[in-house]
Design a protein around this ligand. Structure first.
Ligand code: AMP
Ligand code: MG
Length: 314
């Protein structure tokens, strides 16, 4: 495994069918040529990902999206409005996309990521790039190159270091069939989507979901996670128990200390999202036997953060 900063090196590896972890604004993705079935098979193997869990294909423009998917006027408008950015659209696929990439679906998930180096890699390679989060299946997503190396270092060819991810949680996935439906809430808020296309339904997570990204147990932080309704409730409990073995993941005006990771003291949901996976990861690495966290207000990015906390605690 090589840690690289040169996008040309990433292009070379991807074109020869290899795996390169790529920085995006959401989380690091494990990149491979989406149209090369053998390269895609390596992604499933490296992540230990079940083959029924389809991949998101990353492109650099709407024109490039048209090479792999049927892009309706509505889809093109949404891309124009929110891309590059944390929006993934589920669209009818073109035949050129291998079944393995879409897990046999007649649709393909398409996104234009907002990261200059990765856009450069996509443009210079001319490839459509499948890039699921660069972590073993079921675990927290990496938001730094170091986090990728720790989790997948011995299973991939390279990590392209593009610094920490700005958004920090995965993309919002929108299915644009008859009635638009959100399959996963993420870095683009429900409110923003509703402003643009009106009311949309949200698919809730379950043990047998339509979108495997909605499995009720996911984002395993590697340590038991206990969730409270609010910071006040968490602190009330915390003050009555043995504290040293518990790591706290909190947001807002609370205590500080070696075992406490504050997502945002000013309760800014953008900041909280960008620090969520890093916080879980740090508390785990520090060796606490348990992590306690609390739900955030159910609005804006708070919804997507709550979704991940809930599934991480499952
Ligand atoms: P990630 O693992 O974060 O890259 O997210 C990929 C997720 O996108 C999958 O787990 C699915 O939930 C969703 N997805 C990808 N392709 C499709 C598709 N064709 N239909 C429905 N959901 C999809
Ligand atoms: Mg993932």
């Amino acid at each position: 495994m090589a840690l690289i900063t040169d996008s040309n090196e990433a292009v070379r590896i991807l074109k020869s069918g290899g795996l390169v972890a790529l920085p995006t604004e959401t989380v690091y993705g494990l990149g491979a040529n989406a149209l090369d079935e053998q390269a895609v098979a390596k992604v499933f193997k490296a992540k230990n990902r079940p083959s029924f869990d389809p991949l998101i294909v990353h492109v650099a423009s709407v024109d490039q999206a048209r090479l792999i998917a049927e892009v309706s006027d509505e889809a093109a408008e949404l891309f124009e409005r929110f891309s590059p950015g944390p929006l993934t659209l589920i669209l009818p696929k073109k035949q050129i996309v291998p079944d393995l990439t879409t897990s046999g679906h007649t649709t393909v998930a398409v996104r234009i990521p907002n990261h200059p180096i990765t856009l450069e890699v996509i443009r210079n390679s001319g490839l459509s790039i499948a890039a699921p989060s660069a972590n073993p299946f079921g675990y927290t997503s990496p938001t730094t190159a170091a986090h990728v190396i720790e989790q997948l270092g011995d299973r991939i060819d390279a990590v392209l270091d593009g610094g920490p991810c700005e958004v920090g949680i995965e993309s919002t996935i929108l299915e644009l069939t008859a009635t638009p439906k959100i399959l996963r809430l993420g870095g683009l808020t429900l409110e923003s989507i509703q402003e643009s296309i009106g009311n949309v339904n949200i698919e809730s997570s379950s043990s047998n979901p339509k979108a495997p990204g909605m499995l009720s147990a996911h984002y395993n932080p590697g340590v038991p996670l206990r969730l409270f309704e609010s910071l006040d409730e968490l602190l009330a409990q915390y003050n009555s128990v043995n504290k040293s073995s518990i790591g706290l993941l909190i947001m807002g005006d609370g205590p500080s200390g070696i075992n406490i990771y504050n997502l945002s003291t000013s309760e800014n949901d953008l900041e909280a999202a960008s620090r969520l996976f890093t916080g879980l990861h740090q508390l785990k690495t520090k060796g606490f036997s348990e992590i306690w966290a609390h739900y955030l207000p159910e609005k804006g990015l708070g919804r997507a953060i709550n979704d991940r906390l809930k599934r991480a605690a499952h």
